[in-house]
Design a protein around this ligand. Sequence first.
Ligand code: HDE
Length: 707
Amino acid sequence: MSMDKSGKPEQTMKDKQLKAFTVESTGEKLTTNQGLRVSEDEHSLKAGERGPTLLEDFHFREKMTHFDHERIPERVVHARGFGAHGYFEVYESMKPYTRAQFLQDPGVRTPVFVRFSTVAGSRGSADTVRDVRGFAVKFYTEEGNYDLVGNNMPVFFIQDAIKFPDFIHAVKPQPHNEVPQAQSAHDTFWDFVGQNTESTHMVFWAMSDRALPRSFRMMEGFGVHTFRFVNEEGEAHFVKFHWKPVLGVHATVWDETQKIAGKDPDFHRRDLWDAIESGNYPEWELGVQLLKEEEEFSFDFDILDPTKLWPEELVPVRLIGKMTLNRNTDNFFAETEQVAFHPGHVVPGIDFSNDPLLQGRLFSYTDTQLKRIGGPNFHELPINRSIAPVHNNQRDGMARMTINPGPVAYHKNSLAGNSPAPASEQEGGYKHYAEKVEGRKVQARSDSFKDHYSQATLFYNSLSDVEKLHLTKAFQFELSKVNNKEVRQRAVDVIGQVDSDLAAMIADAIGAMAPVNGRTAKDSFRSPALSMENKAKSPKTRKAAVLVGNGVKDEVLTSVLDALSEAGVISELVSLKLGYVVSDGDKQLEVKHTFETTDSVLFDAVLVAGGRQSVNELLTQPLAVDFVKQAYRHFKPLAALGEGSELLAASGIGAAAPDGAEAISSAKQPSAAEPGIVIADKLDAKSTFSEAFIEAITAHRHWTRKV
Ligand code: HDE
């Protein structure tokens, strides 16, 4: 990627535009908002040192008033989010399908701003709750802003926008006591599920590991709805959008997820921030599934139904470009909080379908910004500004920023030569696709939307055994938190329409009855693309905790750490105290965390370094033993050098496993006795050791381990 002279990513047009609004105060004098220099900022103006504060203290009044008004309403959904800047490049011209300028030329970099979010929780809730994740991308194209406002799951809970307030009321904290925060595990959510069976498919996604992403950088994104691409000749294709993360799709385990919520509620935002700061720029490929207009009715599902996906095996995903995030925000509020997305922000060549959920969204997003940002000029906020020039007859409104001179603010006019004038299609004017529509006004839903179970079955059937197990446990957990027995039973009955064995396992765990008229998922079609197990794997940016004490053997450790770093793994030393440990070779090694301040749930892998004294120190520390035990229980790769294997043994690892004891005693080569456990006590085996550890890290988790 191109860098500027200082080695920073080159500025995009959007960066330059934002720069004009950026105020750097380092080295400056303090002023009021009127630019008046302030001489005192610690003592308000009083009548005598012990006297009352005087109203004429304008600096105090201004400072306090601004503070009193610092909050704006949080988003009604997706309140907790985190954003970053980057750019998008198309691989090859999409001209045959769309006239969208930003999809024509592989040489063009379109600036983007992306905001990831959870849906149900408040602004201050934890990152790692079980939830759908928002994946909203604003492309600052030369033809105006294009927003692809998607989620990390390809379908949705409801088919018609009119049900959105009901669904959200059911999943949000209950209105009488505002409990529980950022959880679907409560009566009203599951009551909704039992009463509104169109949600079944999405509920399966929400109970799957997709709802527990390891990182924003490791989740897919989906436009969900069917959109249209329209080319220069006016020909349309139906299109579904996908974002495929280069690092693959990975999740945490449920126990870990809950613990991270306490140990580091900012886990996902910290992860994204750190990755960008360290130059590990996250990347996603943009994929499209395309259908000709005449293929609209070729499937056993309705392509307008947002509770249905197009199996990739039936309609392949074509990768058409790549998005790279390479710059963190300068100010969270100004950028991430004030960014306003809208599925109706489109450019020529991209159009809508009649999906009734999408149609409703086209109303909701402007409306919500009016409330949240306080008026109709939210497009003027720096983060929302288009890089294409804006000219129209809109004037006034709360906090208007542009100064539009002249008396003429209407169309048509003669006094300003009829400008600003509508543009022809050739000049880039947006023309709605001339779809033929006819029908009676009805409040009804098409029969083609009535199948609520087939694709839930497809999804369930396409999962690996481990993913199925996690999903089963998720249902068991969530429904165990439901107090009303009838609500629990109805949920089990609905699940029985997808797979009766699954429903029976859930029923057994929650004191409900197995459904009598269930179906079996076994014979249904599978879509391997739906399983996370079949996605890319990479050791890059994974975090390894390296457990050390004083006297640690540094020679072999250094070579292992070098190998890890070369593979892109980030290693951080954990010890009893912050500062340094002194190695057997008298080197000072910097300790990043203590056992009190971190936890194995915040790492992907654990390496116990060798050295008699070092391991003895670790063995005296119960938290070190717990660290290893917990990483093992969460199926994480564990490696030990030399005497380090004793800490594993003290944590019950290896010794408890059938072949483990042997592995620990005198392995010359890494032990294959247990999946994801790499042990070496011979220095000459170091290269093989590093390779085996990196391979174990690449695998993400070692599910066959019996814990
Ligand atoms: Fe949204 N949604 N939504 N949604 N949505 C909002 O807009 C809404 C839906 C999504 O980071 C709100 O600015 C309705 C599907 C994301 O700022 C609001 C319906 C998908 C974000 C709204 C849906 C999404 C939002 C709240 C059903 C995936 C966060 C604040 C008809 C394709 C954007 C705001 C950000 C935010 C309404 C369903 C994605 C109220 C009415 C389906 C990623 O306008």
